[in-house]
Design a protein around this ligand. Structure first.
Ligand SMILES: [Zn+2]
Ligand SMILES: [Zn+2]
Length: 281
């Protein structure tokens, strides 16, 4: 399984000299299965450069786009994803129940709403809406994708991508707390991630910041590390960096997370997601 981070930032894109190391583009991760099936998780601003690369290959683009939810930082790159303007492109959309609706709304609706000069139905690509995941697993060859509802305002979905001998769990915009009367508990997410090879999890806040951000739908690096340990995961990537955080501060979070894993006598490997980073699983 090939995994590449095209956007690691949460909330809003943050270009500039202070974010070059971990990246300023918002949520977008490319996954290519061992059998060659291409998936993109989220269409944040990071998807633009991925689209440019795909078009440059000259090959028709066929992919599955999994959307965690339709907050702007997860969909706004779609209008600048060049493959949607090519007839040879086939995109299958799945993920949270509002995925297709959210993406279409990035574009104009022909009622002159002024969001973008192109209407969604003018796109040349064949874009189909599967909506399989809200009711059960999605099977793509020998790749099985499961969804889980995230604890986030207005809802969302996390994913487990499983090949016969390896698996990845992606959970962003997910607030880990035992005080989620209607949502899932950390134990539910631990069961979902149990035994996966790599967990990518939201770690937007510091423990000292979380009290004033309760209910915002994000976690701390401490929550993410504890989840990874509970789920018996060997490797954790911290994702959805706060837009106010510079490279030095994210590096500090990474160091604190590693120290915590050590204190907990865990062999867990932790790193903060870096834009452009490739992981071969
Ligand atoms: Zn977000
Ligand atoms: Zn969100």
């Amino acid at each position: 399984m090939y995994i590449k981070f095209w956007g690691t930032r949460g909330s809003i894109a943050t270009p500039g000299p202070d974010t070059v190391k971990f990246g300023g583009n918002t949520s977008c991760v490319e996954v290519v299965s061992t059998k060659g099936h291409r998936l993109i998780i989220d269409a944040g601003t990071g998807i633009r450069a991925l689209g440019d690369e795909l078009v440059q290959t000259g090959q028709p683009v066929h992919l599955t786009l999994l959307l965690t939810h339709t907050h702007w930082d997860h969909i706004l790159g779609m209008a600048f994803f060049k493959p949607v303007y090519l007839e040879s492109t086939v995109i299958t959309i799945d993920g949270c129940p509002k995925a297709f609706w959210g993406l279409a709304n990035v574009f104009d609706d022909r009622k002159g709403n002024g969001y973008f000069p192109v209407a969604f139905d003018e796109l040349k690509a064949k874009i189909r809406h599967l909506e399989r995941l809200p009711s059960g697993p999605l099977q793509l060859g020998d790749l099985t994708i499961d969804g889980i509802e995230t604890h986030h305002p207005q809802g969302g979905m996390g994913f487990r991508l499983r090949e016969p001998d390896r698996s990845l769990v992606f959970l962003t915009d997910n607030e880990l707390t035992n005080e989620a009367p209607l949502g899932k508990q950390p134990e539910d997410y631990a069961a979902f991630a149990q035994g996966c090879d790599l967990l990518i999890h939201d770690a937007q806040y510091l423990p000292e910041e979380i009290a004033s951000h309760r209910g915002w739908g994000h976690s701390t690096y401490v929550d993410a590390v504890e989840l990874a340990i509970l789920a018996g995961v060997p490797r954790l990537i911290l994702f959805h960096h706060d837009p106010a955080r510079n490279d030095r501060e994210i590096q500090e979070i990474e160091a604190r997370a590693r120290k915590l894993a050590k204190t907990r006598k865990s062999t867990l490997k932790v790193a903060a997601a870096r834009e452009g980073q490739v992981i071969l699983l």
